[in-house]
Design a protein. Structure first.
Length: 586
């Protein structure tokens, strides 16, 4: 079990994750010497820095290539977009195996979970920059540019251009937002009046769990502590989700103001945006808008002339860990530690960052709060359902003609979304990413809302021709990779689930494997420590319930060992010069 590390009480001007990233930029990896140096600088034990470096997927202890490539292996921008084949082609062109660095140090080729570009076909990050719409032709061109060591600045700019594809605007996205408008309106009211407006709107969190926002803010406001904190969760790691990418690029002013009015209500002077490492390329834009806010007196000391209101925001960039979207893991990461979820209760709202009362909300939730203050709670409640007021911004991708962003009033049916995005011959839809629910045709009349199908925003569409076992395998590999390893049911269970599915895909599946998959799924769901484990087997249970034939048709045998026996004893047979039936246990 991972050891809990002490809080770094020495406050540093540079965040630990940023310092490590900067060192890695210089040396293309983080060496034992660099770890000792950082431990010294931060006055922390070497073991803590080593644990942090080992925890985050984007920190490397072996040198990367000068061109460091990370292919998205997400179901949507990977499997559905033929990413696996493209990766192999790349590997051949560049003469480097996936997961390796070429001996001359020119290039390293790796895979990563979803990079939030599912509306742009197969995609990858190269030295942190996104390249979209990969196909065989583009792969070949990229390989040539790498072989000739052409600087990225001389590559075609359109390859890096991530446009926001918005097909449907609703309550939030259709509003033009004037800088400072929400904040100025907020400061004309008392904190309690503002909280009452948020309460009347019945706004619930947009990150997935749907907790009542006003209730969270009120508990935090009333909690005692030496300081209160506001944290914006911009980790957006759920594969198939990319709506926060749009919001961070095009609606970030409202997000800053939502955070500021939360700070005004709860009495915070400091806020953080926890930005996923995959979105590092958004940092310059976010910093520029932050600077503009400071210059306009909308952040910093005495905001809008109110001598009692001081609040500023710092952006902390993550380093490739899906679990850091879980709020307590995120706070651990903010504190410069591995992102291992805390034991809850106590919840962050009373014992969060540095043990102090902390509000953590999703990007979309803060934007909604800023808009509610501006337009009123009736405006917000004018759409949606009784328990799910307002609208939801969806990231739609997969087998449809029009992938992109869609904003709907809560209560919209899945069928309507499929119609709008021109999805034909749909076999299944995954709502809420791999951690969400897989539904078939019989459920397409169900509604997106907290009372029916809840989602953080991802809607993945699988056409008739898709092999659901491959999709389940992709999800199972994702969870096995992203499990933080803290608790046994999730750490071991997700790996066993992955192995079972690999075995079936290998053609060695049996009925017993299906029984084991059900038992394992139940165990992972019920006995894991945090939300990742609680939801990691949802897709499997849904698949077995709605599409049993997808797996059972492949499991006709009575028994097959959990590994390929001939392969496992190959070396022993060779060394002993034996290849007879007894040696092979036949
Ligand atoms: C494994 C895991 C990953 C999560 N990832 C995110 C995420 O990327 N963004 C997010 O807002 N919430 C995420 N959450 C939910 C957060 O823990 C938390 O509920 C949310 O940030 C609260 O904000 P909200 O009330 O505005 O939704 C995740 C939860 C789990 C268990
Ligand atoms: S459930 Fe998984 S991710 Fe959560 S604490 Fe346990 S091992 Fe870590």
């Amino acid at each position: 079990m991972n050891q809990r590390l002490p809080i770094n009480s020495d406050s540093k001007s540079e965040h630990l994750l940023h310092r490590l990233y900067a060192l890695q930029q210089q040396c293309l990896h983080i060496s034992p010497e660099a770890i000792r140096q950082v431990a010294n600088e931060f006055n922390l034990p070497v073991s803590q820095i080593t644990a942090v470096v080992a925890f985050y997927a984007f920190f490397y202890q072996q040198p990367c290539g000068r061109y460091h490539i990370l292919f998205s292996n997400c179901t949507s921008c990977g499997y559905l977009a033929d990413g696996e084949n493209l990766l192999l082609q790349f590997s051949q062109h560049l003469d480097v195996a996936p997961g390796k660095t070429r001996l001359d140090g020119l290039v390293s080729l790796g895979e990563t979970s979803c990079i939030g570009l599912c509306d742009h076909g197969a995609a990858m990050l190269i030295n942190g920059l996104p390249i979209i719409e990969l196909d065989a032709n583009r792969i070949e061109q990229i390989a040539q540019l790498i072989i000739t060591e052409t600087p990225l600045t001389n590559w075609p700019t359109e390859w890096f251009q991530v446009n926001d594809i918005v097909h449907k605007q609703g309550l939030m996205l259709s509003e033009n937002f004037t800088v400072g408008s929400s904040l100025k309106r907020a400061l004309a009211s008392s904190a309690d009046d503002l909280l009452a407006i948020i309460e009347e709107s019945a706004l619930c969190g947009r990150g997935g769990a749907g907790f009542n926002t006003a209730k969270k803010w009120r508990i935090c406001q009333q909690a005692s502590g030496s300081a209160h904190y506001v944290v914006c969760n911009a980790d957006e790691g759920e594969p198939g989700t990319f709506k926060d990418r749009l919001l961070l690029r095009s609606h970030v002013e409202a997000m800053f103001e939502g955070m500021a009015l939360c700070a005004y209500i709860i009495g915070a002077e400091k806020g953080f945006i926890y930005l996923r490492g995959e979105y590092r390329y958004l940092l310059p834009h976010l910093q520029a808008v932050l600077d503009q806010y400071r210059q306009l007196g909308l952040l910093g000391n005495h905001i809008c002339g109110d001598v009692a209101f001081n609040f500023d925001i710092e952006i902390i960039v993550g380093a490739g860990a899906y679990i850091c979207g879980e709020e307590s893991a995120l706070i651990e990461s903010l504190e410069g530690k591995p992102g291992i979820p805390r034991v809850r209760p106590p919840f962050p709202v009373t014992h969060g960052y540095l043990g102090q009362p902390t509000v953590v909300n999703n990007v979309e939730t803060f934007i909604a709060a800023a808009q509610i203050v501006l337009h009123g709670s009736d405006w917000f409640r004018s759409v949606g359902t009784e328990q799910s007021t307002g609208s939801k911004i969806l990231s739609v991708s997969g087998d449809c003609q029009l992938p992109g962003i869609y904003e709907y009033p809560f209560g919209i049916s899945v069928q309507q979304v499929l119609h709008d995005c021109e999805a034909k011959e749909v076999q299944a839809v995954q709502i809420g990413g791999p951690a969400g629910r897989l539904i078939g045709k019989e459920d397409f009349n169900r509604r997106i809302s907290f009372e029916d199908l809840s989602t953080g925003g991802s809607l993945l569409i699988f056409g008739k021709h898709r092999d659901l076992l491959t999709i389940n395998r992709n999800f199972a590999h994702f969870f096995a990779h992203e499990s933080c390893g803290f608790c046994t049911p999730c750490r071991v269970g997700t790996k066993l689930l992955k192995n079972n599915l690999d075995k079936i895909a290998d053609g060695r599946g049996t009925q017993q494997d299906v029984v084991e998959i059900k038992q394992l799924s139940d165990l992972i769901q019920r006995h894991s420590h945090c939300g990742l484990g609680h939801t990691a087997a949802n897709h499997m249970l849904d698949s077995l319930q709605h599409f049993p034939q997808a797996i059972e048709d492949l499991t006709q045998q009575v028994f097959a060992p959990p590994f390929a026996l001939d392969e496992a004893i190959k070396d022993a047979c060779r060394i002993t010069h034996r290849d007879d039936a007894v040696a092979r246990l036949k």
